[in-house]
Design a protein around this ligand. Structure first.
Ligand code: PGA
Length: 254
């Protein structure tokens, strides 16, 4: 019913040459994978080059961020329209590194999400709690606040182009992934929230993927959970064998 979705977030890594190599290797290994929707999100300067390597494969191109507006005096920013122009299908918004290191708030993330959807992009919306928030039992309220703030006034039709990534901040880049049970509980909560806000059809069709130290060793356990519909992969997506293995695990367990 929900096609698994696996995306690679390359973050501020690779060079032009290594990005091309990585894309080439992925096309060779998983370029024809039909059971899983796959996207990779390279740094902005390499979008065109990586896009050229992905051409003709089933792997889609995505970006790691965008500005809400399509043009104007916003030095250093990249617009949704430019991403479409560069061949992107996807964009990540609300990543915790931008929330916590760069101070992005839900209202700005909401504006980006709206701008991206209006430009016809598909959006990976990231939410997740910090370790302190989890320890003080605030996980659900934090996730709910982020969802409500980011998805305010979004229609059901627009939601069909959104994938939600649950990424506990304490699990990102730390090697300490959430257990399958921890992930499933929050994914269930998110699906319940979607049901309340958008109705049952949206809740059952929206994909909710897990992110935070996913690798080929822990992917099966996480992806076997009924409400975990895929993965947003950081570090492990820089290794073609690892990322391909995660995609193939998604194909076999979902
Ligand atoms: P990680 O990053 O897989 O390196 O933990 C995930 C993410 O930030 O999307």
């Amino acid at each position: 019913m929900r096609k698994p979705f696996v995306a690679g977030n390359w973050k501020m890594n690779t060079t032009a040459a290594s990005a091309e190599c990585l894309a080439e290797a992925l096309v060779q290994k998983i370029g024809h994978q039909e059971k899983v929707e796959v996207a990779v999100c390279p740094p902005f300067p390499y979008l065109f080059r990586v896009g050229a390597k992905l051409a003709g494969s089933r792997i889609a191109l995505g970006a790691q961020n965008c500005h809400p507006d399509n043009r104007g005096a916003f030095t250093g920013e990249v617009s949704p329209m430019m991403l479409v122009d560069a061949g992107c299908k996807w964009v990540i918004v609300g990543h915790s590194e931008r929330r916590h290191l760069l101070g992005e708030k839900d209202d700005f993330i909401h504006r980006k999400l709206v701008g991206a959807l209006l430009a016809n992009l598909h959006v990976i919306l990231c939410v997740g709690e910090t370790l302190d928030q989890r320890r003080s039992n605030q996980t659900e309220i934090v996730v709910e606040t982020q969802l409500a703030g980011s998805l305010e006034s979004i229609s059901s039709d627009q939601l069909a182009r959104v994938v939600i990534a649950y990424e506990p901040v304490w699990a990102i880049g730390t090697g300490q992934n959430a257990t399958p049970d921890q992930a499933e509980k929050v994914h269930q909560f998110i699906r319940g929230w979607l049901d309340g806000q958008f109705g049952e059809t949206c809740a059952t069709t929206t994909r909710i993927v897990y992110g935070g130290s996913v690798n080929s060793g822990n992917a099966a356990g996480l992806l076997q959970q009924p409400n975990v519909d895929g993965a947003l992969v950081g570090g492990a997506s820089l290794n073609a064998d690892e990322f391909a293995a995660i995609v193939n695990i998604a194909a076999s367990v979902k």
